[in-house]
Design a protein around this ligand. Sequence first.
Ligand code: NAD
Length: 366
Amino acid sequence: MKETVLIAGLGLIGGSLALNMKEHDNMRIIGYDANKSTLEYCKMNGITDETYDNFAEAVKQADICILAAPVSVTVGLIKELDTIALNKDILVTDVSSVKGPVMDAAKNLTNERISFIGGHPMAGSHKKGIQAAKQHLFENAIYVLSPSNENMEEHIAKLKALLTPTKCKFLILEPEEHDEMTGVISHFPHLIASSLVQQAKNWQQKHPYIPKLAAGGFRDITRIASSNPSLWKDIFFQNKQKMSRLLTDWIEEMNHLKQLIDEGSEDEMQEYLQLAKNYRDGLDSAKRGALYTTYDIYVDIFDQPGALLRVIELLAEHEISISNIEILEIREGITGVLRLSFQNDNDRQLSHAILRKNKYDTVIQE
Ligand SMILES: NC(=O)c1ccc[n+]([C@@H]2O[C@H](COP(=O)([O-])OP(=O)(O)OC[C@H]3O[C@@H](n4cnc5c(N)ncnc54)[C@H](O)[C@@H]3O)[C@@H](O)[C@H]2O)c1
């Protein structure tokens, strides 16, 4: 008999998961969302087999439920779950970017039919809503799981099997360590990116040319400020304590830098920048741990129409699959650098040889 998977919240993440669930032949996918046009879209595009505008009605049908609404809404849905009379066991998970409040709500569940495992697929986009959903969104991304108690091996295995089509890599973390780490490397940088944009906007009153000068570096570091404001506001407040602590750290760090500048401490500043560079340069190789292995080459290209396409065509002609492309340091009219990532060293070496033969300047960096 087919199992029923309910996805509650069919936006960017819920919709992308629904597209992956469609890969299972033995699953019926049902959806719940507060937005009627989202439900219509899912029905019209065959993303779900059935849709509901009532959470309780949908949950009663489900064997597995994925909560994919904004974090504060997900916390509310977990509380609501406990008030619903269920006539079968259900495995519930979520996708929230903050785990503390979700797991606290899950710990208070009293219905023994519910087994809860927290989840967070660490992939996204600055876009929102069902129309931004993509099946390949989670490919190679880390998917954090936080079981709500110790004896959940069977349920963890079931959830991992369900998520197999996403091609993600699983990592088990405690909610507290998850929220602290994602606070440092994801939530807090979002706040800083927005503050840098606000600073540029303020200075634009004096210097109207600022937007024209805002090239590579500024765009790179502020890219994430274009993300969904209501989603990120929710994340900041759901991870409030960690955010506040990180702001205190940051203010101290900025005061220290101000002092170095004001006092002309050039040697100390040099050392500060060098230590930051060393750590930043090591991040890519640290990423190649047990979870990730990417094989990269760097290719110089000219900023000309079709330059990127030519590189891709050359590799496609040899049936080499590129797992990721990143454009680094490109500026108008001059050379830029492409980082191409491959699944294995063979593809990387072959690509290096092909591109060199075609007069591209390429470098392999371990
Ligand atoms: N966007 C990212 O980069 C990203 C990455 C990983 C995890 N997440 C997490 O995924 C979750 C959803 O984020 P998203 O990016 O898909 O947002 P989204 O705005 O694209 O989608 C949210 C969906 O939830 C629905 N919704 C809102 N209130 C609801 C309610 N009361 N009942 C039912 N549905 C409701 C909305 O209609 C929408 O379809 C959040 O918890 C977020 O923390 C987001």
